[in-house]
Design a protein around this ligand. Structure first.
Ligand code: URA
Ligand code: SF4
Length: 187
Protein backbone atom coordinates (compact mmCIF):
# COMPACT_ATOMS: atom_id res chain seq x y z
CA UNK A 1 0.00 0.00 0.00
CA UNK A 2 1.23 3.51 -0.77
CA UNK A 3 2.61 5.53 2.12
CA UNK A 4 -0.13 8.20 1.87
CA UNK A 5 -2.90 5.56 2.09
CA UNK A 6 -1.28 4.04 5.16
CA UNK A 7 -1.07 7.47 6.73
CA UNK A 8 -4.78 8.04 6.21
CA UNK A 9 -5.45 4.76 8.07
CA UNK A 10 -3.10 5.62 10.93
CA UNK A 11 -4.77 8.99 11.53
CA UNK A 12 -8.06 7.26 12.43
CA UNK A 13 -6.64 4.02 13.91
CA UNK A 14 -8.11 2.61 17.15
CA UNK A 15 -6.28 -0.72 17.26
CA UNK A 16 -4.70 -0.13 20.67
CA UNK A 17 -5.50 1.87 23.83
CA UNK A 18 -3.07 4.66 22.88
CA UNK A 19 -5.77 6.11 20.62
CA UNK A 20 -7.71 7.13 23.75
CA UNK A 21 -5.06 9.53 25.03
CA UNK A 22 -3.52 10.85 21.81
CA UNK A 23 -4.16 14.32 20.42
CA UNK A 24 -2.97 13.45 16.92
CA UNK A 25 -1.52 10.24 15.55
CA UNK A 26 1.95 10.70 14.05
CA UNK A 27 2.36 8.49 10.97
CA UNK A 28 5.80 9.80 10.00
CA UNK A 29 7.03 12.02 7.19
CA UNK A 30 9.62 12.49 4.50
CA UNK A 31 10.42 11.17 1.04
CA UNK A 32 8.37 8.03 0.23
CA UNK A 33 11.37 6.94 -1.87
CA UNK A 34 14.01 7.79 0.74
CA UNK A 35 17.25 5.81 0.88
CA UNK A 36 17.37 6.22 4.66
CA UNK A 37 14.60 5.58 7.20
CA UNK A 38 14.92 6.65 10.87
CA UNK A 39 12.80 4.92 13.51
CA UNK A 40 12.22 6.42 16.97
CA UNK A 41 10.23 4.99 19.88
CA UNK A 42 7.00 6.96 19.84
CA UNK A 43 5.67 10.51 19.66
CA UNK A 44 6.36 12.82 22.61
CA UNK A 45 4.47 15.93 23.71
CA UNK A 46 5.15 18.19 20.71
CA UNK A 47 4.79 15.39 18.20
CA UNK A 48 1.36 14.54 19.68
CA UNK A 49 0.29 18.19 19.44
CA UNK A 50 1.56 18.75 15.89
CA UNK A 51 1.07 15.30 14.35
CA UNK A 52 4.67 15.30 13.10
CA UNK A 53 7.65 13.15 14.18
CA UNK A 54 10.72 14.54 15.95
CA UNK A 55 9.70 18.19 16.20
CA UNK A 56 10.77 18.78 19.83
CA UNK A 57 14.29 19.11 21.25
CA UNK A 58 15.34 15.63 20.15
CA UNK A 59 14.08 16.49 16.66
CA UNK A 60 16.24 19.62 16.53
CA UNK A 61 19.28 17.46 17.29
CA UNK A 62 18.24 14.96 14.61
CA UNK A 63 17.94 17.83 12.11
CA UNK A 64 21.40 19.09 13.12
CA UNK A 65 22.97 15.64 12.62
CA UNK A 66 21.26 15.28 9.23
CA UNK A 67 22.54 18.71 8.21
CA UNK A 68 26.11 17.71 9.12
CA UNK A 69 25.97 14.93 6.52
CA UNK A 70 24.30 17.18 3.94
CA UNK A 71 20.73 15.90 4.30
CA UNK A 72 17.46 17.71 4.89
CA UNK A 73 14.64 15.93 6.69
CA UNK A 74 12.56 16.02 3.48
CA UNK A 75 15.18 13.75 1.86
CA UNK A 76 14.86 10.96 4.43
CA UNK A 77 11.87 9.29 6.08
CA UNK A 78 11.28 9.63 9.83
CA UNK A 79 8.83 7.57 11.84
CA UNK A 80 8.33 5.68 15.13
CA UNK A 81 7.58 2.20 16.46
CA UNK A 82 4.16 3.36 17.77
CA UNK A 83 2.31 6.15 16.04
CA UNK A 84 0.43 7.52 19.08
CA UNK A 85 2.03 9.05 22.17
CA UNK A 86 2.38 6.76 25.19
CA UNK A 87 1.23 8.66 28.30
CA UNK A 88 4.12 10.34 30.17
CA UNK A 89 6.37 9.24 27.31
CA UNK A 90 6.70 5.75 28.80
CA UNK A 91 8.02 2.95 26.61
CA UNK A 92 5.30 1.35 24.46
CA UNK A 93 4.03 -1.96 25.88
CA UNK A 94 4.55 -5.19 23.90
CA UNK A 95 0.79 -5.20 23.11
CA UNK A 96 0.90 -1.65 21.72
CA UNK A 97 4.00 -2.48 19.71
CA UNK A 98 2.40 -5.59 18.21
CA UNK A 99 -0.81 -3.67 17.38
CA UNK A 100 1.07 -0.87 15.64
CA UNK A 101 3.90 -2.80 13.97
CA UNK A 102 1.98 -3.66 10.77
CA UNK A 103 2.01 0.05 9.88
CA UNK A 104 5.77 0.25 10.21
CA UNK A 105 6.17 -3.03 8.31
CA UNK A 106 4.12 -1.64 5.44
CA UNK A 107 5.95 1.69 5.48
CA UNK A 108 9.24 -0.18 5.15
CA UNK A 109 7.87 -2.36 2.32
CA UNK A 110 6.62 0.71 0.44
CA UNK A 111 9.82 2.75 0.91
CA UNK A 112 12.33 -0.12 0.66
CA UNK A 113 15.28 1.91 2.01
CA UNK A 114 18.95 1.11 1.62
CA UNK A 115 19.75 2.14 5.19
CA UNK A 116 17.57 1.62 8.25
CA UNK A 117 18.44 3.55 11.41
CA UNK A 118 16.78 2.48 14.66
CA UNK A 119 17.25 5.24 17.24
CA UNK A 120 17.79 3.80 20.73
CA UNK A 121 16.97 0.48 22.37
CA UNK A 122 13.20 0.29 21.70
CA UNK A 123 13.55 0.66 17.93
CA UNK A 124 16.77 -1.37 17.92
CA UNK A 125 15.11 -4.34 19.60
CA UNK A 126 12.20 -4.27 17.15
CA UNK A 127 14.36 -4.01 14.04
CA UNK A 128 16.78 -6.72 15.16
CA UNK A 129 13.94 -9.08 16.03
CA UNK A 130 12.35 -8.45 12.63
CA UNK A 131 15.56 -9.51 10.85
CA UNK A 132 16.38 -12.38 13.21
CA UNK A 133 19.38 -10.69 14.81
CA UNK A 134 20.31 -10.64 18.48
CA UNK A 135 20.08 -7.08 19.87
CA UNK A 136 23.33 -6.22 21.71
CA UNK A 137 22.07 -2.96 23.39
CA UNK A 138 22.55 0.45 21.85
CA UNK A 139 25.87 1.07 23.63
CA UNK A 140 27.32 -1.91 21.71
CA UNK A 141 25.40 -1.44 18.45
CA UNK A 142 25.75 2.33 17.88
CA UNK A 143 27.43 3.24 14.58
CA UNK A 144 27.96 -0.37 13.50
CA UNK A 145 26.69 -1.61 10.13
CA UNK A 146 24.60 -4.81 10.21
CA UNK A 147 23.97 -6.20 6.71
CA UNK A 148 20.70 -8.05 6.23
CA UNK A 149 19.64 -9.78 3.03
CA UNK A 150 16.00 -9.30 2.09
CA UNK A 151 13.89 -10.25 -0.94
CA UNK A 152 14.78 -6.87 -2.40
CA UNK A 153 18.54 -6.95 -1.84
CA UNK A 154 20.90 -5.94 0.94
CA UNK A 155 19.68 -3.68 3.71
CA UNK A 156 22.16 -1.87 5.96
CA UNK A 157 20.97 -1.50 9.54
CA UNK A 158 22.89 1.24 11.39
CA UNK A 159 21.67 1.66 14.98
CA UNK A 160 22.26 5.07 16.56
CA UNK A 161 21.79 6.50 20.03
CA UNK A 162 18.40 8.15 20.49
CA UNK A 163 18.93 11.94 20.23
CA UNK A 164 16.99 12.38 23.52
CA UNK A 165 19.63 10.19 25.24
CA UNK A 166 22.38 12.42 23.85
CA UNK A 167 20.58 15.51 25.21
CA UNK A 168 20.73 13.89 28.65
CA UNK A 169 24.39 12.95 28.15
CA UNK A 170 26.09 15.49 25.82
CA UNK A 171 29.57 13.88 26.01
CA UNK A 172 28.16 11.05 23.86
CA UNK A 173 27.61 13.43 20.95
CA UNK A 174 30.73 12.14 19.19
CA UNK A 175 29.24 8.64 19.15
CA UNK A 176 26.05 9.92 17.52
CA UNK A 177 28.19 11.75 14.93
CA UNK A 178 30.02 8.49 14.23
CA UNK A 179 26.70 6.80 13.43
CA UNK A 180 25.74 9.58 11.02
CA UNK A 181 29.16 9.33 9.34
CA UNK A 182 28.45 5.62 8.71
CA UNK A 183 25.04 6.47 7.24
CA UNK A 184 26.67 9.06 4.99
CA UNK A 185 29.26 6.51 3.78
CA UNK A 186 26.49 4.08 2.78
CA UNK A 187 24.37 6.39 0.61
N1 URA B 1 11.20 10.74 20.40
C1 URA B 1 10.82 9.72 19.62
O1 URA B 1 11.17 8.58 19.85
N2 URA B 1 10.05 10.00 18.57
C2 URA B 1 9.63 11.24 18.25
O2 URA B 1 8.92 11.40 17.25
C3 URA B 1 10.06 12.29 19.09
C4 URA B 1 10.84 12.02 20.16
FE1 SF4 C 1 -3.30 2.49 16.13
FE2 SF4 C 1 -0.67 2.47 16.48
FE3 SF4 C 1 -2.11 4.49 17.42
FE4 SF4 C 1 -2.27 2.10 18.59
S1 SF4 C 1 -0.43 3.42 18.48
S2 SF4 C 1 -3.99 3.43 18.04
S3 SF4 C 1 -2.06 0.74 16.82
S4 SF4 C 1 -1.82 3.95 15.26
Amino acid sequence: MAVEDLHRQILVCRKCPLHQTRTLAVPGEGDPQAKVVFIGEGPGHWEDVQGRPFVGRAGKLLDLMLGEIGLKREQVFITNIVKCRPPENRRPTPEETVACAPYLQQQLEAINPKVLVPLGNTAGEWVFQKYGLKWPKITQANARVFKVSTLFGTLNVVPAFHPAAILRNPPQMGELRAAFKKISDLI
